[in-house]
Design a protein around this ligand. Structure first.
Ligand code: ADP
Length: 581
């Protein structure tokens, strides 16, 4: 009777523990399913990377998943620590990766072994799991790690990735690293069942890690590409075959006036791009696979300046023939090129005009004199004609000299100086007298103090500077007014200003006014005529003397040109040390 009773209670106890085991197994299976689920999610994410735009969150999600993984493995195996080690082909080492469970970041960083060493190495090389019960005395363990990580016992399994064919048959197995669990909780020992469990978990984990790695590589490659595109000087816009924008770099956003922080990715290009020619380019590329180019002119939204872009469209094809991915357009800023071209054309026509005007009058008076065989014109009139011819010839010579000087300066040769002491107020007086003979509408007023110092300079060049500035002051004050030439000694320099009450210079032209060929183009300036090289030469001449030149002006009110010359020009300097301003 006793025996029967004992037997029954034994059976009951066994049954209870069996039920417990069943529950345990059911729980494990749930965990496994969850793992598989998160793995599938990851895999899906990886597959869709090509379309993903928000990459950083996905990466942290991966970290999260890995974190959950190590956590769960540790829980399931009731271990205090769990860590993955991956094989680094370049160094031949196995290294611990973040995130791990029960290890600090420092411990993870220093947990690294050669793939030929220790338990990690053995598991990796043999692709077989290992269980060890006494880490300190086990000959296979590496003592420094046992000490560092305070390992008592553990199970280690290989991380094996299986490649499968379409029928889900395994065609290849690669060991990418190992997974360790250390220290059974509550002072317990690991058992063989733990080994099998870890092997199974390791298989899932390996798949997750591999897709995470691939994912990360893809993301990094993509980020690199995006950064490269973003920092391109040229504008770049990419649209997919569904007419939606997939890329638009900073330069392109600027062209289309898209505000910082405004997101255009994913929007139909027709909503974002309002320039008809560009839309047509995309349309042709996407529908007819036609790769064209156009030139567009856009007002820059920041500087208000007009910019010219050459836009080139290209069709983006997939690997397969006729597989259209989308279209890309590149925007090259050719404003400067076009400006120089425009300036050169304008220059050629103004120079021709400037050359023809004096020539026409020279030719006219010479012909008149030649035809006058009868002596119709008296001597005085003849002299007058010759005087005009003389003046016009001078004008021609000046223009040609100017042109030669510009080309001399452009080819890097500085103009020669011939410095000697000069009396600047007297020189200004001579220039003013000549200029007064050209105008009746302007009063040229000179203001120099009595004790104005003698300066050492090239007299012809200073004459040229003053002539140009005073002549401009007259030329660009069509309604007349005062032209004031003022000189002030200032320390080791003299400051000269030439002011007028003329048309003034629009603000946006002020920074460019001393550039060669630069002219303000409006009705007044067109009437005045000119070549746009005067101020360029003046600036060069002032700087040749070691001086500086600048202008202040208000449109409609007048302009004042200032230049400062040292009392003595600096000794000859090598070309590249010359001041540029
Ligand atoms: P040019 O007079 O032959 O055109 P410059 O180099 O002397 O060439 O001058 C360049 C431009 O600067 C002129 O075309 C004119 O638009 C502007 N400018 C020069 N001086 C004056 C001035 N005193 N007032 C207004 N505009 C001026």
């Amino acid at each position: 009777m006793d025996n029967v009773f004992q037997l029954r209670s034994q059976i009951e106890a066994l049954q209870k523990s069996l039920e417990e085991k069943d529950r345990y197994i059911a729980k494990l299976e749930r965990d496994l399913q969850e793992l598989q689920h998160s793995y599938r999610e990851l895999e899906q994410k990886y597959r869709s990377t090509a379309e993903t735009v928000e990459t950083p969150t996905a990466i942290t999600e991966f970290e999260e998943t890995l974190k959950r993984l190590v956590h769960r493995i540790a829980m399931i195996l009731q271990a205090e620590k769990c860590v993955f080690m991956l094989f680094d082909r370049e160094t031949g080492e196995l290294y611990a990766v973040r995130p791990a469970f029960g290890l600090t970041d420092d411990e993870i960083r220093s947990f690294r072994v050669r793939a030929t060493q220790g338990i990690s190495g053995e598991v990796f090389r043999s692709s077989q799991p290992i269980i060890f019960h006494d880490a300190v005395n086990d000959p296979r363990t590496l003592q420094e790690h046992v000490a560092l990580l305070r390992i008592r016992n553990g199970v280690s399994a290989p991380l094996i990735v299986e490649k499968r064919d379409e029928e889900n048959r395994v065609i290849d197995r690669i060991t990418i690293g190992v997974v360790h669990v250390f220290n059974k909780r509550y002072g317990g020992t690991f058992i063989d069942e733990d080994v099998r469990l870890l092997e199974r978990l390791a298989r899932n984990a390996a798949a997750v890690i591999v897709s995470a790695q691939m994912y990360r590589e893809v993301v990094e490659e993509k980020e690199e590409l995006v950064h490269t595109i973003e920092s391109l000087y040229a504008g770049l816009v990419m649209v997919n075959k569904h007419e939606r924008i997939t890329q638009m770099n900073a330069s392109a956003r600027r062209i289309f006036g898209i505000k910082n922080g405004e997101n255009v990715i994913g929007k139909p290009y027709k909503e974002v791009i309002h320039i008809e020619q560009v839309r047509e380019l995309f349309e042709k590329a996407l529908t007819e696979k036609n790769e064209g180019a156009v030139e567009i002119s856009v007002k820059d939204h920041q500087s208000e300046a007009e910019r010219i872009f050459q836009v080139q469209a290209a069709v983006v094809r997939g690997d397969e023939e006729n597989d259209l991915i989308g279209a890309v357009a590149i925007f090259n800023d050719i404003t400067e090129i076009r400006n120089v071209e425009r300036m050169k054309t304008a220059f050629v026509s103004t120079v021709s005009h400037e050359l023809r005007t004096p020539l026409t009058s020279i030719k006219g008076f010479v012909s008149t004199l030649l035809q006058d065989t009868e002596g119709f014109y008296d001597r005085e009139t003849q002299r007058e004609f010759l005087q005009i011819i003389d003046t016009e010839t001078d004008r021609l010579k000046r223009l040609i000299d100017d042109l030669l000087n510009v080309s001399r300066i452009e080819s890097g040769r500085a103009l020669q100086l011939n410095p000697k002491p000069i009396d600047l107020p007297a020189l200004a007086e001579r220039v003013a007298t000549i200029q007064r003979s050209y105008t009746t509408k302007h009063q040229i007023i000179l203001e120099f103090p009595e004790d104005f110092p003698t300066i050492i300079a090239d007299e012809d060049k200073v004459d040229q500077i003053l002539t140009n500035l005073i002549n401009n002051a007259i030329k660009y004050s069509p309604r007349g007014g005062e032209v004031r030439v003022k000189g002030v000694p200032e320390g080791e320099t003299v400051l000269i200003s030439v002011s007028d009450q003329g048309i003034g210079i629009p603000k946006e032209h002020l920074p460019k006014i001393f550039e060669r060929f630069h002219r303000v183009d409006n009705r007044d300036t067109r009437e005045a005529g000119g070549t746009g090289i005067g101020l360029f030469l003046v600036k060069h001449l002032v700087e040749r003397h070691g001086g500086t030149i600048w202008v202040e002006s208000e449109e409609g009110k007048g302009s004042t040109f200032y230049f400062r010359l040292p009392l003595q020009p600096p000794p000859e300097q090598p070309e590249d040390e010359k001041p540029t301003k």
